[in-house]
Design a protein around this ligand. Structure first.
Ligand code: ACM
Length: 515
């Protein structure tokens, strides 16, 4: 009998039964694919296996072979069955994503040298015999990367997506705009990236009450071609990319480029210090024209059904002092500025829905009344998510006290710089996170479609630091969103993680060491 911990698959499969013996990949190993619809996944994944094993692993549609791959529509979506015996492997997948996940499980069962990009002829390419029946607990399994506060090049974004896909995450939330930088090329509005993508310097340290700048200009943006490149790359890994275009707040970079969409005449500058900014879009027809133009480009680029429009942390003072905002409140019969924000979001939602898309907003969109079809991302705590689910809205849980990967993960005295908000979030806190609050009925709980970890980057300026903050906490979250709740055990996870870290080592990931 194999020790379960030597079968170190993360996230833990729904059902797993260790068997006797090992299956050895060798020069005569061939693959029999019975469903041509799965060919693109098989081709890509076998190519990846060839790169390190150096084995030919030919794929045929007619010859019987040791490894058989088939589809099976009776398995739940994204689910697969994997039977590894001493002489044969059988993979059955509900769909193409499921087969990709079956391959990720196989990679984790193989020696970590499988992650090498050159041939390793010194390795025993065998995996333990095992029977697995697996499918995810949640449909939405996400990570967010903030590329506004610090810009990350395309190759790092791709690496981030590749890593998450290995742990069966399927949603990459790309925080593309914020006060501190606009990162997506919109050809009709060139100043967004000429002006809005750059700031003169960045504040040093994490004390928001004092300011010292580093004197180093910072910025960058993605061209539409680069975005398409990322989308193709993500699609091959069954990761849907959800773009976020912040409104009506967190918009200073856009207003620095186009002050006419703000509530005062400026001047505006892309800010260099952190914290919530008071500049917000004015609810004028010109602003809506601009935002609809931007969203039209975004929808042309991104196939995601969901478009995230932010809507968190909107100070309403400028609407209080602005005659046009007050006219809209009077004209529309709104009670106050909270209802004006709600009206703003409903209008944007109507535009997205008319184009066949759905809106996600942070939980502040509850204030002043939810837009009719909105999905809520609950970040301040779980309360917004609970309220939204009770109102029949879908919810993605991303509470800051469990899954904000910009928070310290240990004693701040011995950790690299992070924000001064909240408590440290160590690995076991992430692992202990339960996305479905106990107070929801079973019916309400159906609206919790998943959860997401957020990597805000005010204090994260290098790719090494971004990986350090994300890993291994993202690995813990992968199990929260994939594995059955009843099978979760931090002890078992920790043992499997210790083995799994060899794969992250082979990939050169700068993860934080375990305590
Ligand atoms: C957020 O952290 N302001 C969504």
């Amino acid at each position: 009998m194999q020790d379960l911990e030597t079968i170190a698959i993360i996230p833990a499969p729904a059902e797993i039964r260790p068997l006797q013996g090992r299956f050895r990949l060798g020069p005569s190993t061939a693959i029999h694919l019975t469903d041509p619809g799965l060919e693109p996944v098989v081709d890509r994944e076998v190519q990846r296996l060839r790169a390190s094993t150096g084995l030919e692993l030919p794929v045929t549609s007619n010859e019987p072979a040791d490894i058989v791959i088939a589809s099976d529509a009776s398995i739940p979506p994204e689910g697969y069955r994997l039977e590894v015996g001493p002489d044969a492997v059988r993979m059955q997948a509900a769909d193409a994503a499921a087969l990709f996940y079956a391959f990720q499980s196989i990679r984790q069962l193989l020696p970590p040298e499988v992650e090498c990009e050159h041939i390793r002829s010194d390795v025993d390419w065998s995996l333990p015999a095992v029977e697995i029946a697996d499918h995810p607990r949640f449909a939405y399994r996400g990570l967010m990367l903030d590329v506004s506060r610090h810009f990350y090049e395309v190759d790092f974004v791709k690496r981030f997506i590749d890593l998450m896909s290995r742990y069966k995450f399927n949603r990459f939330h790309w925080h593309l705009t914020d006060d501190h930088g606009w990162r997506i090329e919109i050809p009709a509005y060139p100043r967004l990236t000429e002006v809005g993508a750059w700031r003169s310097e960045t504040m040093v340290g994490n004390n928001l009450k004092t300011y010292a700048g580093d004197g180093i200009p910072h910025g960058g943006f993605y061209t539409q071609d680069e975005i398409r490149e990322v989308l193709d790359y993500a699609a091959q890994r069954f990761v849907t990319v959800i773009p976020e275009i912040e409104m009506p707040g967190h918009s200073t970079a856009a207003l620095a480029a186009y002050p006419e969409f703000g509530c005062h005449s400026g001047p505006y500058e892309v800010p260099t210090g952190w914290g919530i900014k008071s500049d917000i879009y004015c609810p004028s027809e010109a602003t809506f024209g601009f935002l609809e133009d931007v969203l039209t480009d975004v929808m042309q680029l991104f196939p995601s059904e969901y478009i995230h429009i932010g809507a968190d942390e909107v100070p309403k003072d400028q609407w209080r002092d602005n005659s046009l905002a007050q006219e809209v409140i009077a004209r529309e019969g709104l009670a106050d500025e909270d209802e004006l924000q709600s009206w703003f979001i409903r209008r944007i939602e109507a535009f997205l829905n008319a184009n066949g898309r759905r809106l996600i907003g942070w939980d502040e969109i509850l204030e002043g009344g939810l837009a009719p079809n909105a999905t809520v991302m609950s970040w301040r705590d779980m309360i917004g998510g609970i309220e939204a689910a009770r109102q029949g809205h879908d919810v993605i849980m991303t509470p800051k006290d469990y899954v904000y990967f910009d928070y310290f993960q240990g004693d701040p005295a011995s950790e690299p710089l992070a924000g001064r908000f909240g408590h440290p979030i160590p690995l076991d806190t992430v692992y202990g996170f339960e996305p479905i609050p106990g107070e929801l009925t079973e019916r309400e709980a159906q609206h919790i479609i998943g959860a997401q970890g957020n990597v805000w980057t005010e204090f994260i300026s290098t790719r090494e630091h971004a990986e350090y903050m994300s890993y291994p906490r993202a690995v813990a979250l992968s199990e929260v969103v994939w594995s059955p709740k009843a099978t979760r055990s931090f002890e078992g996870f920790s043992r499997r993680l210790s083995a799994n870290l060899a794969h992250l080592d082979a990939l050169g990931v700068n993860y934080r060491a375990l305590d």
